[in-house]
Design a protein around this ligand. Structure first.
Ligand code: NDP
Ligand code: PYC
Length: 338
């Protein structure tokens, strides 16, 4: 595949996403919410969750597994708990509906959790933990996906790629954020390797017979592997539990069974926790949050980088100069306009 690139402004990426999603019948509320997350992914050079996701979204819309005009409903279920019924729609609009009440409850109680139910999830989680951290709160988020990943020691897909994301507010700076799949890599990254005809590194997946493979398609058809062996496997299990049964929603195995071969994005729930440092610390919160900076300085001071640092640098570049997209991907995405 050619390495040729096309340069686009962020306004052009936004317009392209809006046009495609509208063309495929998504309601205005979801067009805006989904476009915001796709543009953010492309802007921050997260290739597996940028405009490539338009192919994934449209595929999901074509399966009929997502409700195109779903209206999320917020439920104030307890002093520190919010639920949003996404009503079968994409998760982004449900998150935006639930965020204000989550923030309000975290400030009132020191801690609050948001459970999103009945959503379709195709996205990165960092936009959500960034939004919680922007309110001065510490954030954690996770979601199951489809059963694509074998548990450590096994070879059969059971877990989703199950991302975990964390955000920590840093006054006057971008928050400290990490967001990664509990599989060795996001599935989207393996799909991008398959599209580009490139081998994948060892350790990302096994073929259908459970043999280690560097062939992207063989790994997609076989099983992905967790990161860090049994450690990633346990974290993936935690995600299944707290964003599945704990909030009354689907596991990754149930999600892929419901998909029934249609090829939609994962269906189920998402769990988001928000903690207000002032809940523990009152007037001392600012002083202790400031102490956290010593940890970040000690990381960068020895030449290591913070997670999301690459992304924030990419953001600054893209805001100034736009983004570069592989030509073939751009053409495949434009073809979605029919
Ligand atoms: P990566 O392995 O690419 O990176 C994940 C995190 O690690 C980022 O915060 C990244 O920061 C940080 N990082 C990478 N390299 C370094 C380094 N050398 N030093 C310090 N930090 C580093 O991500 P994944 O492939 O695991 O996941 C990609 C995305 O896919 C995530 O956003 C995730 O939410 C999404 N996803 C969504 C799923 C869903 O069901 N909705 C399922 C699976 C994944 P930086 O960005 O700055 O490089
Ligand atoms: O890349 O693994 C992935 C993924 C699953 C759902 C959204 N992204």
């Amino acid at each position: 595949m050619s390495d040729e690139k096309v340069r686009l402004s962020l306004d052009e990426v936004t317009a392209l996403s809006r046009d495609i999603l509208t063309h495929h019948g998504l309601s205005a509320r979801h067009v805006e919410a989904v476009t915001a997350t796709i543009v953010a992914g492309e802007r921050d050079e997260c290739a597996s969750h940028g405009i490539y996701r338009l192919l994934v979204c449209v595929n999901t819309l074509r399966t009929g597994k997502v409700v195109k005009d779903a209206v999320p409903v917020v439920h104030d279920v307890a002093r520190a708990l919010v639920r949003v019924d996404a009503a079968g729609g994409f998760a982004q609009a449900a998150f935006h509906e639930g965020l204000p009440l989550l923030v309000e409850k975290a400030r009132q109680n020191g801690i609050a959790a948001l459970g999103i139910n009945h959503c379709v999830h195709f996205a990165a989680l960092w936009p959500e933990v960034e939004a919680v951290a922007a309110a001065g709160l510490v954030a954690f988020a996770c979601t199951p996906s489809h059963a694509w990943v074998a548990p450590a020691g096994g070879i059969k897909p059971l877990f989703g790629t199950n991302p975990v994301a964390f955000g920590w507010p840093r006054p006057g700076d971008y928050p400290y954020v990490f967001d990664f799949a509990t599989s060795a890599v996001a599935r989207g990254e393996i799909e991008l390797h398959r599209r580009a005809g490139k081998p994948i590194p060892e350790g990302w997946g096994v073929d259908a017979e459970g043999r280690p493979t560097t062939d992207a398609k063989a790994a997609l058809d076989g099983a992905m592997l967790t990161f860090g062996g049994h450690k990633g496997s346990a974290l993936a299990t935690m995600v299944e539990l707290i964003a599945g049964p704990l909030i009354g929603d689907l596991t990754s195995a149930e999600s892929i069974a419901l998909d029934d071969g249609a090829g939609s994005s994962p269906i189920g729930g998402e769990f988001i926790l928000a903690i207000d440092p002032a809940g523990f610390l009152g007037a001392e919160a600012a002083r202790h949050i400031e102490r956290a900076e010593q940890i970040f300085d000690a990381i960068t001071g020895q030449g290591a980088r913070l997670p999301s640092q690459r992304r924030f640098e990419a953001r600054a570049r893209s805001l100034a100069n736009g983004v570069e997209v592989p030509r073939q991907l751009y053409e495949d995405v434009r073809a979605l306009l029919g």
